[in-house]
Design a protein around this ligand. Structure first.
Ligand code: A2P
Length: 320
């Protein structure tokens, strides 16, 4: 079975990659080395995860002409952080990621979020009262600077993350270099059916993040639904002799969306790759899709009368 999708650039993007958000320094180097040894050929990184230098150490040891993994076999993504949207900051920011990752090009560089924060090296610039300090750089200006990175050969493709359909069309309407990928939160509780169809119609590949519902998030609420405990998923896991995580990942790759589960645990890293040796029936695919409740884990949780409610992602300051 084919385990990659083609981007409009002609690049092969492996359907299953390794996520590195929340992978702690002291753990991520070993996790990436283990993953490369186990057969992962797609690693999803970002400046904002503050661990690219350590991931670079793993690449330095395992990737190269005389190393187990050849650079051209590996698909590496990184993301431009919100404080670097000013057109003058885009190339220096990419160059810092390349230096940290010890690579001379990226396969894919994403604009991490549509909105910009105040320029500078503080990842989360805030007012004394705790509110974020925003900047008004238009993401279309940022996009023009992203395109130059492709022209210079520093990145093979560029794309978007956390953009909604209106924003995606805004970029497509002015782009000389089209975005190849949209990365967004997506899992059975947030199936994103319309957004995926919107992207596929326009030639963008979709990469769901937090495919397992990010059980290791720093913010959690006792009332929130736990994806890996979902009875509908557990039942299928029993039927196929697979884990709930494998059922969820299989659902994503079977509908041709790329997925990047994070793990730093060898047994789970192995397990998460083993999703190409079985398939779900059409009925099971749609039964998983019908678990959708438009539930977002990656927003600051708010409570109303003590009850947890998912916040409207249309809020202009979403998600901060
Ligand atoms: P760990 O890294 O300790 O192995 P997401 O990709 O949705 O953000 O989820 C990442 C979280 O899910 C991490 O806490 C990770 O734990 C855990 N995880 C990864 N793979 C599995 C798996 N196969 N079964 C259960 N939990 C998993």
């Amino acid at each position: 079975e084919c385990n990659y999708v083609l981007l409009h650039t002609g690049q092969k993007m492996p359907l299953l990659g390794l996520g590195t958000w929340k992978s702690a320094p002291g753990q991520v180097k070993e996790a990436v080395k283990y993953a490369l040894g186990a057969g992962y050929r797609h690693i999803d990184c970002a400046t904002a995860y503050s661990n690219e230098a350590e991931i670079g150490e793993a690449f330095q040891e395992a990737v190269g002409p005389d190393k187990p993994v050849k650079r051209e076999e590996l698909f590496v993504t990184s993301k431009l952080w919100n404080t670097k949207h000013h057109p003058e900051d885009v190339e220096p920011s990419l160059r810092k990621s390349l230096e940290d990752l010890k690579l001379d090009y990226l396969d894919l560089y994403l604009v991490h979020w549509p909105h910009a924060f105040e320029r500078g090296d503080n990842l989360f610039p805030k007012n004394p009262d705790g509110r974020m300090r925003f900047d008004y750089t238009d993401y279309k200006e940022t996009w023009k600077a992203m395109e130059k990175l492709v022209e210079k050969g520093l990145v093979k493709a560029v794309g978007l993350s956390n953009f909604n359909s209106r924003q995606i069309d805004g970029v497509l309407g002015m782009a000389a270099v089209k975005p190849a990928v949209l990365q967004v939160e997506c899992h059975p509780y947030l199936a994103q059916t319309e957004l995926i169809a919107h992207c596929h119609k326009r030639g963008l590949v979709v990469t769901p993040y937090s495919p397992l519902g990010s059980p290791d998030r720093m913010w959690k609420h006792p009332d929130e639904p736990v994806l890996l405990e979902e009875p509908g998923i557990k039942q299928l896991a029993e039927k196929y002799g697979k884990s709930p995580a494998q059922i969820i990942l299989r659902w994503q790759v079977q509908r041709k969306v790329v997925t990047v589960p994070k793990s730093v645990t060898p047994a789970r890293l192995q397990q998460n790759l083993q999703v190409f040796d079985f398939s779900l029936t059409e009925e099971e695919m749609s039964s998983i899709r019908s678990l959708n409740k438009n539930w977002r884990y990656i927003v600051p949780m708010i409570t109303v009368d003590g009850k947890l409610v998912a916040r409207d992602a249309g809020h202009p300051l979403y998600p901060f």
